[in-house]
Design a protein around this ligand. Sequence first.
Ligand SMILES: *Cc1c(COP(=O)(O)O)cnc(C)c1O
Length: 464
Amino acid sequence: MGRAFAGLPSVDEVLRTRCGQDCVAQFGHTATVAVVREGIDGLRALLKAEPAMASDRSANADRIAEDTHAALLARDASRMVRVFNLTGTVLHTNLGRALYAADAVNAATQAMRYPLALEYDLETGRRGQRDDAVCALVAELTGAEDACLVNNNASAVLLVLAALGKGRETIVSRGELIEIGGSFRMPSIMEAAGTRLREVGTTNRTHLKDYRAAIGPETALLMKVHTSNYLVQGFTKETGVTELAPLAREAGLPLIDDLGSGTLVDLSRWGLVRERTVQDAMRDGADLVTFSGDKLLGGPQAGFIVGRRDLVRACATHPIKRAVRLDKVRLAALEATLKLYRDPDRLAGKLPTFAAFARPVDALKALAERLAPQVAAITGRSVEIADTHSQIGSGSLPLETIPSVALRLPASGGQADRLASSFRRLPIPVIGRVEGGAVLFDLRCLDDEEAFLAQLDALEAQPC
Ligand SMILES: *Cc1c(COP(=O)(O)O)cnc(C)c1O
């Protein structure tokens, strides 16, 4: 047995190799030793299984060092890599939703680097409230009495239900018990918040009288939920906030409107349908409106609760608020994003999300004509220019699409998936979609033509 292990190097011997020294210099002693030990253990197991195996101790040390280097490199590669979103879905939840405006990036960076007056009143030199400045801005822009800011819209809904509906019933239409992105399910959020879900109406039709009949001594809230990611069509009846508001007032119950995306401006300016705005929801009579920061608003991930002051205060002072509060970096980015809304005419020039919506099809066509021959030359494949439709995404305007232009790379059989995967392995992975025997790259969100082209050479080396 002793002879069998004669070829087994010590940790020190591996660290003394040229490559071992490089590992320590690059990744540090602790990380290197841990991986080297795994390599030695592996070799020991091998030698034990095959004692007759001849092995050269110094060659083994070199090999383990090389394996260690490869393992450390692979482990060090960042998982949070930048990608090109050419899926055609502008607000892609899996790709991080809205991009920050330049002003928001600046504000966020400053907040990371320097101390800031986060909970500090510069006038009095005393402690201030963390969200005050941004809440005032939200109130100014939406016309709401007050606002409360949290981690995301799921938190906003959770907080509202816990603060105002706990231990009692919340009435919601059966047609609005949404699931968003797998993990946000209205009935589960209600359960977590401790409010009892009281479903009314049917999947396709809910009348005012259904809400009225459900109201009783146990009722805490009336709730409307925007069916952001689907549409009930055909024989349907939805009772809107305008109809519900008088009923809520009569019964003395708060009416909550979960808008989901929540835009502050009329989207028809950019050729989209006019989605109900936050201001509309309040004008219609909602007492509280909840919405996201990183969907149509085009800012950082955040959740808003806006509306009647007494109700907002009840949320802001609830213990869950502290558990779901916004951090300074996103608060700073949010303030910078919201300030842009004071000048709606220039939003498309400043907010990447709106810039993507507003990009004219002609410009995309011209871009496609520049790119197609170059992509064809580099990949050695035929590249067509195809009309397509982009989607808004993130459960915003589910049926609304924007005419767009794509590069279309035909690939028969299972080839399309492999081709798509080879683009995903590029230094800046390119994410397209496979559709009808081809890989499609929707150009609406391509904002860096040069970086896109510059890396395509790397594709040649990949088997497709
Ligand atoms: C997206 C959405 C949510 C969840 O918002 P997040 O910001 O993703 O937490 C809740 N309700 C509706 C109606 C939505 O569209």
